[in-house]
Design a binder for this molecule. Sequence first.
Ligand SMILES: Nc1ncnc2c1ncn2[C@@H]1O[C@H](COP(=O)(O)OP(=O)(O)OP(=O)(O)O)[C@@H](O)[C@H]1O
Ligand SMILES: [Mg+2]
Length: 322
Amino acid sequence: MSAQKNLLEVKNLTTNFYTKKGILTAVDKVSLSVNSGEVLGIVGESGSGKTITSLSIMQLLPVSSKVAEGEIIFQGENLLKKSEEEMQKIRGKLISMIFQDPMAALDPVYTCGAQMIEAILAHQKVSKEEAEKKSVDMLKNVGIPAPENCMKSYPHELSGGMCQRVMIGMALLCNPKLLIADEPTTALDVTVQAQILELLKSIKNDRNMSIIIITHDLGVVSEIAQKVAVMYNGRIFEEADTDTLFLNPMHPYTQGLIKSMPKPNQPRERLFTIKGTVPSLSEIPQGCRFNPRCSKATDICRTEEPELVNAADNHKVRCWHI
Ligand SMILES: Nc1ncnc2c1ncn2[C@@H]1O[C@H](COP(=O)(O)OP(=O)(O)OP(=O)(O)O)[C@@H](O)[C@H]1O
Ligand SMILES: [Mg+2]
């Protein structure tokens, strides 16, 4: 057997916004890797740079932003060197993304069926009839109860959970090697969240697909991911395999995130929260970016930023106090 090889390797990715306030760095020297068949979770509070990281990989960034530095190596090739035309061939076919807001990602003026058929015809040499059949089969696969009706429906006629299933179905139509799922369950109620998570788990097992799952919910990560990267303020703060991260979280930020996970039967008002908020990109603190919120912060934390270092085998941490 050949050694497992990285399907995706993000090296030193830096993505900036060019604004009136100046250059704001939303993703700051981020490195990540995903092996074939592996699920990587990216967690962190709102504004930590999770979506911008994934949009950088897809090269679907907002117009005011740009990758300033780094490499995105997918199957041995740097995606940042690809033309838009080449990227269009890669998107949907080799790498698919489920967006944070399914309503915004589906086109309101076309039926779900029309959008799915078009997605297939863009990448596969099949007839319209075959594309239609594939679409219906896919809707069945992702648990849509009446797929033929769903084909004829417009996105606004479907519930949030159904829309999310359609989005997942669309993302899988061309059997991509990598699926990037950005908060795939956040907008949904708890029961539907669990169903979508089960769906993603079965996709992972059946298709041996690599998945990057982006979420602020560590519960989701613990269920599906083999390894986790914790992001804060554009930086990776900790990275480890999932069991290690939960058993031995080393960064006070990760410890806070785990402590703030709701436990069964716990009253909401007793829930732990990390004090303060993620600083805005124009007010990044000196030293460790987490220091104003950290109970362990000392002088060095307030003046010098720690590097992300190997604290143990396959366990990286960015903290002065490890
Ligand atoms: N269009 C934009 N112009 C300027 N700054 C932006 C823009 N979009 C995002 N940002 C900033 O980039 C940073 C990272 O945003 P990003 O959307 O990646 O966060 P996130 O981790 O996905 O958060 P969430 O959990 O809320 O989805 C944030 O500070 C955000 O304010
Ligand atoms: Mg986001």
